[in-house]
Each structure stands twice: as structure tokens, then as C-alpha cells.
Design a protein around this ligand. Structure first.
Ligand code: PMT
Length: 407
């Protein structure tokens, strides 16, 4: 019946209210739908329902403290937050809602909430007066402004049950809401019908027929993104500087270029017909003003002076030409002042999203098979930071985000 919950990782946060007994039913329904459920309880929730009942249902120990009392094992709220595809707090008391709204991280549940990268659903449960209090109303408004989804019984339903506002939504309806959320995500994940161009690799700026200026980019990051986009059904073309890597996905088309100017020309041609452009190439910012036609000789006393001129800023040109129905994603490779520089590039180049990688992070940036990125989206001031992952995994995270905003 619930087709989109299969295999999903759900954190079910339970707080201390009478409705806590309903969370056992909610747990059972989620498990039945194929989800993996990790229960996180506040200490007071244990007064209403025992962890034994819940762990018997989930097959996992319930977490309610930062440390397991007998072993001293540390529960990482950060890892939990990353593991989850969604977090549901049901029932959510006025107290926990207040703590969530104001960042009062004095228990495992609120700490996990603050670390969560996934969608959070909140099912309030309290008496009518508490629910109507301006403090609760203001706290719920704050949660909504953080992007949390508040699940409440519909007005008509309340009337028919002859009970007041504040009653926790029925577990069946909570599961239906989650299932529909994942259904929407699944359809968003598909990029069938989307035309995407990606720049990848370095550029080479000729000094003479045997020498050039370039950088350490291998194309690994750009090609990983290309493969991931193609796997989701997109029609993908990579405009690539000289690299060794090739796409794994046979449907990915590659246009080989050498210099920044050549890359700019190809990008300008392709961009008009694209829905999405991802600028992952490390384009040389400068090129040689007058490359020599013949090999510059070593003879003579003075080493040659090579005059550089600016290369076209490809991302910026696309940002200027961008239509409302196009999405432009840039990268920022930094060594210092990372956030300031990335935000400045996003604004200057009119990007919708910028992926920051810093050479100060070990294993990030050029040449490695791993990367550590922070993503800034236009219109939101909360960046999303990912831990060090393989470039393939990074590509999957980035394409998830691209898919979400490109539809
Ligand atoms: O290829 P790998 O070895 O896997 O390494 C991946 C990578 C480190 C190259 C990649 O993750 C990355 O960060 N790419 C962007 C590198 C870069 O040149 O960043 P930048 O901060 O200088 O440029 C900002 C943005 O403008 C980038 O999207 C860049 O592609 C674009 N740009 C820059 C200069 C220029 N003349 N034209 C551009 O389009």
C-alpha cells in the first residue's frame, strides 16, 4: 500500500506525551512498509512507553541518551542525522517543539534534530490550550520557517472526532504523508527529458607548440557527475579539457577541447538548448597573449617573458545569458576565505547553486578519488556540508540536490 517507504531510513523521535502509545502503531506501520526505523526517545517519553516494546518492533536498540549506560558507547547524533532519509517527531510535545524552535539541544532527540540533513516531520500532541498558546503558535511557525512539515489532523477530521486541536494525527495518516513525500522525491529524482551540459577537467593554454599552462584537474569529479546524471535519465554532454578519464555510462557524449577559449565556444553553442549546466572544469583564468608558432629556444641570456591575458569567464557568460527555465551550477575551488569567495562567485556569475571544495581539506579537490563539498543554494543562507566521500558519492549527493531544484 505504501510503495515509496521501502528501504527508507526513518528516525522516529518520541517525546513524553499521552499519545506516545500511538508511536508503537506508527513504528509497526513504518516497518510493515519496508522502512528501517531508529527510535530516539526523550527521557520523559520513557514514562509513557517502554523502549523494550519499541526495540522489539524495530529490531534496533532505542536511543535516548548520548551514551549507553552500561557500555559507555557514544551515540553520534551527527551520524544519525546523516543516516536518515526523514525524521518524524511524533508525538511532539510543546516542550520539545519549543526546544527545536530555539535550538535547546539538551537531549539526544533535539541534538539529532539539529544535525539532521533530511526532511523533518512534526506531529504535535498536547491539550487544546497549550496548542492555542501564542508561544506554541510562534514555535510552530519557526519550525515551518526552517522547512519542517507540521502534520496535524485536518479541521474536518477534528470536528468529526469531537476532539480539539492538539490531538496527534493518526499513525496511518502520518505514514501516508511520509509515503507521499518519498513518492514526490522519487519522481523528482528522475531527470528523464532533461538536457544537461557539464564542463570538466583542466584547460591548456599554449605557450608554444610544446609547452602550455594548465592545472591539476583530472576530470574525475565532472565525469562522475555526468555518469550520475545519465543514470537518472538525463541527456548529458561533457565539454572536457584534456583528461584520461572517460564516462562509464555509454550514453554520455563528450566534446573534447583544449583551451579555455575553445571550451567557451562550445559552451556558448550548447547552453541555449540545455536545461541544466554544471561548470566543474578548472578553466585557466589566464591565457598566453601571443603563443609562439615555433618552439621557444633555450639559447640566449634572457628567459622569455610570457604575457598573459584574461580567458573568458565561461560561467559568468552563461549566467548572463541564463533564462528563468535554466539551472546553472558552478564550483568554487578555494584555498582560503572559502565561504566568502564561494558566495561572491555565486553572485557574480549568477549561479543557482555553487559547490565549494577547499584544498585545505585533506582528500578534497583535484586529482583524488574523494571530495568534501559544501553546497550553497541561491535564496537559502543555510549551506549543506557533506563529509569526505568518493567522487561518485559526491556526484550522487549533488545530483539529488540538482534534481530537487530543477523541477
Ligand atoms: O577534475 P578533478 O581532478 O576531479 O577535480 C575537481 C575540481 C577540483 C576541478 C572541481 O571539483 C572544481 O572545483 N572545479 C572548479 C575549479 C575552478 O576553477 O574553480 P574557480 O573557483 O576558479 O571557478 C569558479 C567557477 O567558474 C567554476 O564553476 C569554474 O568552472 C568556472 N569558471 C572559472 C573560470 C573561467 N574562466 N570560466 C569558468 O567557467
Amino acid at each position: 500500500m505504501y510503495s515509496h517507504l521501502n528501504g527508507k531510513h526513518i528516525i522516529l523521535g518520541i517525546t513524553g506525551g499521552i499519545a506516545a502509545y500511538k508511536s508503537a502503531i506508527l513504528t509497526r506501520l513504518l516497518i510493515k512498509a519496508g522502512a528501517e526505523v531508529q527510535i530516539v526517545m526523550t527521557p520523559s517519553a520513557r514514562e509513557f512507553i517502554t523502549p523494550v516494546t519499541l526495540s522489539a518492533l524495530t529490531g534496533k536498540p532505542v536511543i535516548s541518551e548520548f551514551f549507553t549506560a552500561n557500555t559507555g558507547q557514544w551515540h553520534s547524533h551527527v551520524d544519525l542525522g546523516l543516516w536518515a532519509d526523514a525524521m518524524v517527531i511524533a508525538p511532539a510535545t510543546a516542550c520539545t517543539i519549543g526546544k527545536m524552535a530555539n535550538g535547546v539541544a539538551d537531549n539526544m532527540l533535539v541534538t539529532t534534530y539539529l544535525s539532521s540533513k533530511s526532511q523533518v516531520f512534526v506531529a504535535p500532541a498536547m491539550d487544546l490550550d497549550m496548542m492555542a498558546h501564542p508561544s506554541t503558535t510562534a514555535n510552530l511557525a519557526k519550525l515551518r520557517s526552517y522547512g519542517n512539515i507540521i502534520i496535524e489532523p485536518a479541521e474536518g477530521e477534528l470536528a468529526s472526532h469531537l476532539v480539539g486541536k492538539g490531538r496527534m494525527e493518526e499513525p496511518e495518516n502520518i505514514v501516508a504523508e511520509l509515503d507521499s513525500y518519498f513518492g514526490k522525491i522519487a519522481s523528482r529524482g528522475s531527470l528523464v527529458g532533461k538536457k544537461v551540459m557539464i564542463t570538466a577537467g583542466p584547460t591548456r593554454e599554449k605557450i608554444d607548440p610544446v609547452r602550455y599552462i594548465s592545472n591539476y584537474s583530472t576530470g574525475k569529479m565532472g565525469f562522475a557527475i555526468a555518469d550520475e546524471l545519465a543514470t537518472r535519465g538525463a541527456d548529458v554532454t561533457v565539454i572536457s579539457g584534456p583528461v584520461e578519464v572517460t564516462p562509464d555510462n555509454p550514453s554520455v557524449k563528450v566534446i573534447d577541447v583544449e583551451s579555455g577559449r575553445e571550451m567557451a565556444e562550445q559552451c556558448a553553442k550548447l547552453f541555449r538548448t540545455c536545461d541544466i549546466a554544471v561548470m566543474c572544469a578548472a578553466v585557466a583564468d589566464y591565457t598566453v597573449a601571443s603563443p609562439a608558432d615555433t618552439k621557444i629556444k633555450r639559447e640566449g641570456n634572457n628567459p622569455p617573458e610570457i604575457r598573459l591575458v584574461k580567458n573568458p569567464d565561461i560561467a559568468r557568460a552563461l549566467g548572463e545569458a541564463k533564462r528563468d527555465d535554466q539551472l546553472l551550477v558552478g564550483f568554487a575551488l578555494e584555498t582560503d576565505n572559502e565561504t566568502v569567495n564561494a558566495l561572491d562567485k555565486m553572485a557574480r556569475k549568477n549561479l543557482d547553486m555553487i559547490v565549494l571544495n577547499s584544498l585545505r581539506d585533506k582528500g578534497a579537490g583535484f586529482a583524488t578519488d574523494t571530495n568534501k563539498v559544501t553546497v550553497f543554494m541561491r535564496g537559502t543562507d543555510k549551506p549543506v556540508s557533506f563529509p569526505l566521500k568518493t567522487k561518485r558519492e559526491v556526484a550522487s549527493d549533488l545530483v539529488d540536490m540538482i534534481a530537487k531544484i530543477s523541477l
